[in-house]
Write a protein that binds this ligand. Sequence first.
Ligand code: DAK
Length: 262
Amino acid sequence: MESLSTIIVEHAERVGLIKLNRPEAYNALSRTLIKELLQALKLFESDPSIGVIVLTGGDKKGFCAGADIKEQSELSFVNAYNQDYLKDLNDGFFAIHKPIIGVVNGIALGGGCELAMMCDILYASETAKFGQPEITLGTIPGAGGTQRLIRAIGKSKAMHMILTGETISAKQAEAAGLVAKVLPAEQVLVVAMETATKIASFSAPVLAMAKEAVNEAEELGLKNGLHFESRLYHATFGLEDHAEGFQAFLAKPKRAAQWAHK
Ligand code: DAK
């Protein structure tokens, strides 16, 4: 990967870590940051030594303050429309089969809250705050806020956040179902990395199928969703890892499965 100016990329045991790194602008989503973030995601997606991706905001300025307001202020409607301004962000996340854990360690506002919701699992620090303040700027959420927030926390709470621009705390986000776990700021990334390592220790194709099946629940009705799930479930029977997982369980004594990731 070319030299990076807005993110930091690290490798741990089967885990790829991406830290947003524009502390001078609260990690706002400049075009460069989005380009580098999507490159890093693509790289980890294609790297067989990586099973799970962790996305966080670094230690200094929280997770992300949304679209870069300075950049956006210079865009006319026609330019934004013709360039599909920021649209590649959602498309980039849709292309990732590996699980992505988002670690929100401070503010996640506007596109930052939307970026968090593009992840598959969210951990938050006790100091985290989530909000869609676009209404205060004379615009509306544009990267999934109106669509994902309602699915995550229900209509009344989503409407309240979007129409008032007010933030919710990490504890409120956890109670509402937006966040899986809230931890002290100094522990949240460490625990998320432990979880990522645990998830990454399972069979990669099975993880991808599980992620796809869960995500399809938002697209399909129950009957079609159950059908899709059962077909993927049957498909796992064709994997070497399926045979290995069952043999390891049935062995006397029971042993740990050795995944071949195929
Ligand atoms: N963009 C650019 N710079 C930002 C920024 C942002 N979003 N947020 C903060 N900064 C910069 C500030 O301008 C300031 O820069 P200097 O003046 O020092 O040069 C520096 O960060 C420190 O900010 P503050 O002085 O304001 O620091 P405070 O601690 O007082 O406040 C804050 C921190 C994060 C609470 C505050 O800065 C804030 O409210 N920021 C704006 C948050 C916000 O309104 N975000 C929503 C932006 S609209 C789409 C995809 C995405 C989107 C839309 C469409 N498509 C797919 C189509 C997303 C839209 C949005 O996110």
